[in-house]
Design a protein around this ligand. Structure first.
Ligand code: UDP
Length: 377
């Protein structure tokens, strides 16, 4: 092995845990500092004290990937139970199935179309004059037309992102499929599941290595960098620079917890697409663990708003103004020595969990290759 190094990883979320684990397994010493009072970042899960239900504290997290190595990697640390995300959505006082599929289309328009007819019908709805959709709104109008856009996307997106869908990139909507069959699986990925004991248990196992120490409630202090060979930063990109040229925009979420006996809404996630309902969705956590039995139920109503300093950042906004500022921070990050930026916050990207893990594995490999060749990272 190359000479043993000492690394500082800032953040004990998925990026930090996977990277830390890989470096520790290669024989290096890894010190992880985490500002919050728990590990696992925004995929943190914990048992609700009143009902005993395992709660996705920062909102629903369903693991899905086509990356076999990533799936095998996470499965090493925690048993995954098969789980398909089947979302329901309310609009105009009715309940539909999401992602948009043949049932949604037939029920919404009061039809009994077969796949080919539905495809042709939706073409008649779509605005074919939009040839190169750039915005969320154009993408929706081009592919599903105004009626479905208004019912399912416009209000929800305005609440979720705090701006008009024409100010958002088309890429956000591209996350959602439109299906001309009755497949209502939210994700098209081969591997899908939820860790049986929760994400925090999985991350705890990743961190359980003699080469790793974790300090919670410990914000990063620049003096910490003096004693290590390299820093891996999974905190906010602009936070590393003390926000000195401005803050990148994030959406944060507020959750309003309530309990109910039995089964309150009959599914894990119910979206509320109407603009006049202030929340975006309600999550009934017990449905994420159908292998458990609980008498009571705990639910979170989810509200989205612009993050203020001190709030937990969730979604990078990446609108035009953010892009300009992001460009400046990214250029500085590239020029910075002794630190590597990673993860959703560190790279200011809307990353799914599997991509975060893939990137952390690749980053660790990059570091180890550099060390074996004795080049600087
Ligand atoms: N979206 C919507 N209506 C819905 C669900 C999603 O308009 O009922 C839009 C919304 O803008 C959201 C985007 O589609 O941000 C991507 O949805 P996804 O489910 O991937 O969002 P996430 O679960 O990451 O918040």
């Amino acid at each position: 092995m190359a000479q043993q190094r000492e690394y500082l990883v800032v953040g004990a979320g998925l990026s930090g845990a996977v990277l830390g684990r890989e470096l520790a397994e290669a024989g290096h010493r890894v010190r992880i500092v985490e500002a919050r009072n728990h590990i696992a970042g925004n995929c943190h899960t914990e048992r609700d004290a009143e009902t005993g239900v395992l709660v996705h504290v920062y909102g629903p997290h369903i693991f899905h990937t086509n990356d076999t190595e990533v799936w095998e990697y996470v499965s090493r640390f925690e048993q995954f139970r098969p789980y398909k995300n089947r979302v329901k959505a309310q609009t105009g006082g009715r309940v539909f199935s999401l992602p948009m599929n043949l049932l949604t289309i037939n029920q919404f328009f009061g039809k009994t179309l077969r796949p080919d007819d539905a495809r042709a019908f939706i073409e008649t709805q779509a605005d074919l004059s939009i040839t190169d959709p750039q915005s969320f709104e154009d993408q929706a109008l081009r592919f599903v037309g105004p009626a479905l856009y208004e019912a399912f996307f416009k209000g929800y997106t305005q609440k979720q992102w705090g701006c008009h869908p024409r100010e958002l990139p088309a890429s956000i909507l591209k996350r959602l499929p439109v299906r001309f069959n009755y497949n209502d699986d939210y994700f098209a990925h081969r591997f899908q599941g939820i860790p049986e004991a929760g994400y925090t248990a999985m991350v705890a196992r990743m961190l359980d290595h003699p080469g790793i120490t974790v300090a919670l409630n410990t914000p990063y202090d620049p003096a910490m960098a003096d004693t290590v060979d390299h820093v891996f930063w999974s905190g906010p990109l602009d936070g590393w620079f003390g926000y000195d040229i401005g803050r990148l925009g994030y959406r944060t979420l507020d959750f309003e917890r309530f309990t109910a006996p039995g089964d309150w809404q009959g599914c894990a996630v119910m979206n509320y697409c109407d603009a006049d309902v202030p929340w975006t969705r309600i999550t009934e956590h017990k449905h994420f663990a159908p292998w458990e039995t609980h008498e009571g139920s705990v639910l979170y109503r989810e509200f989205s708003r612009a993050a203020e300093p001190g709030d937990t950042p969730f979604y990078p906004i990446r609108m035009v103004e953010e892009k300009a500022l992001l460009g400046q921070y990214t250029a500085r990050a590239r020029a910075e020595r002794g630190v590597t930026f990673m993860g959703r916050l560190g790279t200011y990207r809307y990353l799914d969990m599997d991509v975060t893990i893939r990137e952390a594995l690749d980053a660790a490999r990059g570091v180890l290759t550099c060390l074996s060749q004795d080049t600087k990272i």
